[in-house]
Design a binder for this molecule. Structure first.
Ligand SMILES: [Zn+2]
Length: 327
């Protein structure tokens, strides 16, 4: 594997691996009938995004199914122990750490409805196919039986599930879903973190489930269009929510989200101006200081430096690939 490919692979792994400040792997009741199974964050493991279980009178809904076996199994056990049936899964977007458990859910609950934006189709032939090719070259170079080999082989195994990770019920535009006796507003934000991100608002508890539209210590731009993402954060800011659950990290109050959004906008403004990357990165960590654990800053700086050149600056190649009509 050439150096640039390896660098891309490592960065891809780093960037998808980051889950913000680690939370204890215990379920947290974030609002009435809404439980959070926090994603895990460990340097030597592939990560899982946050998963939520929303329970209604007649059924339960899961938002995002994790990536690794341990997280997904814990989530399945949690759902299987409820006194209402599982009536659906909603995926916020097609990143593996949010859809990786879909196949296991399908196996456990045949005929299960999986609601997601259909852009996984594009990713299967593009982003996921690229990653798979890189791993097919990279995995054989790793020592047999090593933790790294197991980790990346598990990634390959996930990618080989292909359409088993896909939606059954495509969500192309914002809608209300009556799931298990609970009305959820499912919103579509185009060309933001991916081509089509879903975020959920539960009016009964005024809870937003934001997917990776909100992540710390930095926004993760691997498949992102900066302007579309900025618009999506603007849409979120118009919702009168009481709490917002990010794709990675702990639930936030509205004031914390406002800090995040302002830091995001200022990062884009800085990148479009004459300042160098370091100045803009310093600006992010100054603006987002109340939200970022000091211990996460070094790693966040590495990620942001990569994203600045590849995705955020006006002439970045990532914009051509990911912004589409929204660019
Ligand atoms: Zn994620």
């Amino acid at each position: 594997m050439c150096t640039s490919m390896l660098a891309r692979l490592v960065l891809l792994m780093l960037s998808t691996a980051y889950a913000g400040t680690a939370l204890a792997a215990d379920t947290i009741e974030v609002a009435a009938g809404i439980s959070l199974l926090p994603g895990q964050l460990q340097a030597d493991q592939s990560p899982d995004g946050n998963s939520l279980v929303i329970s209604g009178k007649e059924g339960a809904v899961v938002v995002d199914t994790g990536r690794g076996n341990a997280h997904t199994r814990e989530l399945i056990d949690l759902v299987a122990g409820l006194d209402v049936p599982l009536v659906g899964v909603i995926n916020s977007h097609w990143h593996l750490d949010h859809i990786g458990g879909n196949a296991q859910f399908r196996a456990r609950w045949p005929g299960l409805h999986i609601y997601a934006h259909p852009s996984l189709d594009t990713a299967l032939g593009g982003f996921h196919a690229d990653y798979r090719k890189q791993l097919e070259t990279y995995v054989p170079t790793l020592a047999a039986g090593s933790p790294e080999r197991k980790r990346y082989q598990a990634e390959l195994d996930l990618l080989e599930l292909d359409r088993q990770l896909a939606e059954t019920d495509p969500v192309r535009e914002s809608m209300s879903l009556d799931l298990g006796g609970r009305i959820l507003e499912v919103h579509v934000s185009a060309h933001s973190v991916t081509e089509g991100d879903l975020w959920v608002f539960d009016p009964s508890t005024r809870t937003v489930i934001a997917g990776d539209l909100v992540t710390l210590p930095v926004p993760l731009f691997d498949s992102a269009c900066p302007e579309g993402w900025k618009r999506a954060l603007g849409e979120l800011s118009e919702v009168r929510f009481e709490r917002l659950v990010p794709g990675h990290g702990a639930p936030m109050k509205p004031a914390a989200f406002a800090t995040y959004r302002k830091a995001f906008d200022r990062l884009l403004e800085c990148a479009a101006g004459a300042a160098d990357s370091k100045t803009c990165i310093d600006g992010w960590f100054a603006d987002a200081k109340p939200l970022v654990a000091k211990s996460d800053e070094t790693y966040g700086r590495t990620l942001l430096a990569y994203y600045m050149d590849g995705f955020i600056k006006p002439d970045a190649a990532g914009r051509k690939r990911w912004c589409g009509k929204a660019g």
